[in-house]
Write a protein that binds this ligand. Sequence first.
Ligand code: SF4
Ligand code: SF4
Length: 107
Amino acid sequence: MNRVEREKRAKITCATCDALCCQLTVVLDEKDDVPAHLTTHLPGGLHVMAKDQEGWCVALDGLHMQCRIYASRPTACRSFVMGGPYCRAERDEHARQGARTIALQLI
Ligand code: SF4
Ligand code: SF4
């Protein structure tokens, strides 16, 4: 990892992020030990974390923006690296959508 990459990562922290990655589809594998009532199956059969009506993972404590099953969170969530490429892509997309909303409001 080069210096620019390290500096980009260092500025990113979950503590000041709206848990953006907890709106993604979290595919479960057979080793994951998540309570069944927090999961669902997609039409194609994939076993995933269920989402609420607003698109958030149902395991998210929306008041504190914290995972309620952090100790036993799925493998996919464990491997999602804070400040990593997927994290940054989500944050960039969120920022773009926010900018678009502001632009639409100004029109
Ligand atoms: S991993 Fe990235 S996208 Fe997810 S909460 Fe942390 S900073 Fe936000
Ligand atoms: S299981 Fe926890 S870390 Fe994973 S998406 Fe749901 S709330 Fe976020």
